[in-house]
Every structure is written in structure tokens, then in C-alpha cells.
Ligand binder design. Structure first.
Ligand code: GLY
Length: 350
């Protein structure tokens, strides 16, 4: 997979014009959703190199990550004279960068695209690493391709309009990157004031976080091995997300990942020797900033079923990424039903 250039921007105009210049094109398109069109486009629309960009707008939120929105983008690209030499800029959160990335990867067998993520979650996860796609048939990210953006421009000034809940949601993926990397970075992350975030300090932490993801994706772009490290917290996290959705009390992705990390670090402690003191410190930070997801033991069977149907599994065996220490990654681990129920007891009471 070709390498994307990730720019931690201190000057949006320069970074953007540089990224556009690196992709010679005949026509330039800019994709936003109804929210980023209003809140984020004004920050770039006066930039000279975007003067001739043709706008394409889709509905906001994950409910619009559909074949219909994708077809709308293809139609606009086609009707507005897009060619194989055109360039698409995706300005938005993970929904826009995933869908726009997929639209670009498939239009006329693929045109280049640039991601400008506008949420913390998309800056540290979705926009980086080449995963693109849409939801289909009720399943998340069911259709898509691996194909990296030419450039990803990360500028935390977009976060000024983001609410604390969405900052916390993105921060959960940063915490995950801390857990799979180095004790110093993990410790720095636990000291950050997430309830009153300093955007400059956050930009520096985001830079470190993105590097961790980049290094892993570079080693294993198609998730055959070490990229599974990025799934820490997600086997249980996705089960919490699915249960919450089914019970009509949806939760933000990162909250489910943070709660999933509590569970999977507990499994790490009992199965792969993760130090209990570091488990306690991480649990405390997550409980203070993300609260609790209320479940009772009556929901254990349902959560277990959701874990069994996770698309990361092979042959129906639940696949976990666990840790032996901060940065000591153990991929392709599994656990018995008893261990999983014990883990859920810890989550409720620990
Ligand atoms: N979101 C995890 C990955 O990009 O592999």
C-alpha cells in the first residue's frame, strides 16, 4: 500500500496548498456533510487554492454512511466533469473521510484524495491508515477498500467547535494508542485534563498518537498481523455499542472503546500478566472521564453473542488483542465464556 503523508498542521493554508500542489489535477472537489459545511468549511473557504473547488454535500452522521450518499458523490463527480485526473478533498469526521475515501477509490477506478479530519476521532483514527467504506445491509463498514489518502492534514483548530463528549470519544483511541506504545506516552495521556482540554497541548498529543498508528499501519497495512493491535478495547467495545443501539440508548464509539479497554485490560491482567497497578490507574481515568455503562448480569449472554459475531473473529472464536505490559502487544488471544463473564463482573464492580 502506498504511504500517505500525514501533516500536523500549524498553518492550514500552507499545509493545504502544499498537499493540493502535490496532486496535479484537472478539477478539484470538496466533500462535506451538512454539519462540517456550516462549522468547518468557513475555516478553509477563503483559502486561494480552494477557489475553484466544486462542493459536494451529504447528510451528516453515521445514518448517512450509505450507498445512497455514495451514489450522490459519484453522480456529482460524474456530472460536474470529474475525470481520472480529478482530486477530492474530504472535510469532515470519520463518516465523510471513510465514504469520501471510498468514493474517490472507486470513481473511474480511483482518483487521489486528501483528508482533512475535523473530529478528534477521525484525526487519530479514521482518516489515517487507508480504511475506506460505507455501512451496508445493517452492518458497519461492510463494503470498502484499503486505499490511503494522498495526504491527511491534521489541525486541531477544527476541534474548537467540537463538544466535550466528542473530544472524549476521540481521546479513547488516543488512550488505546498509549496502551499499545510506551509507558511515558500512556502516563502523559492519563495526566491530561480531558474535561477542560488545552487545544495546543492536545495537538502535541495528537501528533504522537497519529505517529503510533502510522508506524503500525506501515508494518501491516492490510491487518494480517500487528495492525490488530489497534483493535484493543474494540471486541468488547463493539459489543457494548451494539447492545446500546439495540436498547435504544446509543453511545459514542469512543466511550464504548474506553469501557471495552477496561474489560480487555482486565482479561490482560488475568491471562497475559498485565500489571494490576496500571490496570487500576487506567480504570480510574476512564471511570472519571467516561462514567459507567450500566449493564446487569442478565445482559451477559447477549454481550457474549455480540462478541461471537464480531467480524474480527475467524471460525467463530472470539479474537482479542491483549497486553502483557504497556506496549507488549499480544494479538490473536481468546478467552473462555467463564473468563468473559468474570471480566463483565469486574467491569460492573471493579
Ligand atoms: N481503526 C483501526 C484501524 O484502522 O485499523
Amino acid at each position: 500500500m502506498k504511504k500517505q503523508s500525514v501533516i500536523i498542521s500549524t498553518n492550514l493554508k500552507d499545509s493545504l496548498c502544499q498537499a493540493i500542489e502535490a496532486c496535479p489535477h484537472d478539477k478539484l472537489f470538496i466533500l462535506t456533510d451538512e454539519t462540517t459545511e456550516q462549522l468547518c468549511k468557513p475555516l478553509v473557504s477563503s483559502i486561494d487554492c480552494l477557489k475553484h473547488a466544486i462542493p459536494i454535500i451529504i447528510g451528516a452522521t453515521d445514518t448517512h454512511k450509505t450507498l445512497e450518499s455514495l451514489a450522490h458523490v459519484w453522480t456529482e463527480l460524474s456530472q460536474q466533469g470529474g475525470s481520472r485526473k480529478s482530486l477530492l478533498i474530504n472535510l469532515g469526521g470519520g463518516m465523510v473521510t471513510d465514504l469520501g475515501g471510498f468514493a474517490a477509490s472507486t470513481f473511474k477506478r480511483g482518483i487521489p484524495y486528501i483528508n482533512i479530519p475535523t473530529t478528534l476521532l477521525s484525526m487519530v483514527d479514521a482518516a489515517v491508515g487507508g480504511k475506506t467504506g460505507i455501512n451496508f445491509n445493517g452492518l458497519k463498514n461492510e463494503i470498502g477498500v484499503f486505499n490511503p489518502a494522498s495526504s491527511v492534514i491534521i489541525d486541531t483548530q477544527f476541534l474548537a467547535s467540537l463538544d466535550i463528549a466528542n473530544i472524549c470519544s476521540g481521546y479513547a483511541e488516543m488512550l488505546k494508542h498509549g496502551l499499545i506504545s510506551q509507558v511515558e506516552h500512556w502516563s502523559q495521556l492519563l495526566q491530561f485534563n480531558l474535561q477542560d482540554p488545552d487545544l495546543q497541548e492536545l495537538q502535541q498529543l495528537v501528533g504522537q498518537s497519529v505517529k503510533i498508528k502510522e508506524q503500525i499501519v506501515e508494518q501491516d497495512p492490510y491487518e494480517q498481523g500487528i495492525r490488530k493491535a489497534l483493535n484493543l478495547g474494540h471486541t468488547v467495545g463493539h459489543a457494548f455499542e451494539s447492545l446500546a443501539l439495540k436498547q435504544e440508548r446509543p453511545v459514542l464509539h469512543g466511550y464504548a472503546v474506553a469501557w471495552g479497554c477496561i474489560c480487555e485490560l482486565y482479561l490482560s491482567a488475568i491471562k497475559t500478566g498485565f500489571p494490576t497497578q496500571k490496570l487500576r490507574q487506567t480504570v480510574q481515568f476512564i471511570k472519571e472521564n467516561y462514567g459507567q455503562f450500566n449493564i446487569t448480569c442478565k445482559e451477559y449472554e447477549q454481550l457474549y453473542e455480540f462478541m461471537k459475531h464480531d467480524k474480527k473473529n475467524a471460525s467463530g472464536i472470539i479474537n482479542f488483542t491483549l497486553l502483557g505490559e504497556i506496549g507488549d502487544i499480544k494479538i490473536n488471544q481468546t478467552a473462555t465464556k467463564e473468563e468473559i463473564f468474570e471480566m463483565l463482573d469486574f467491569f460492573r464492580e471493579g
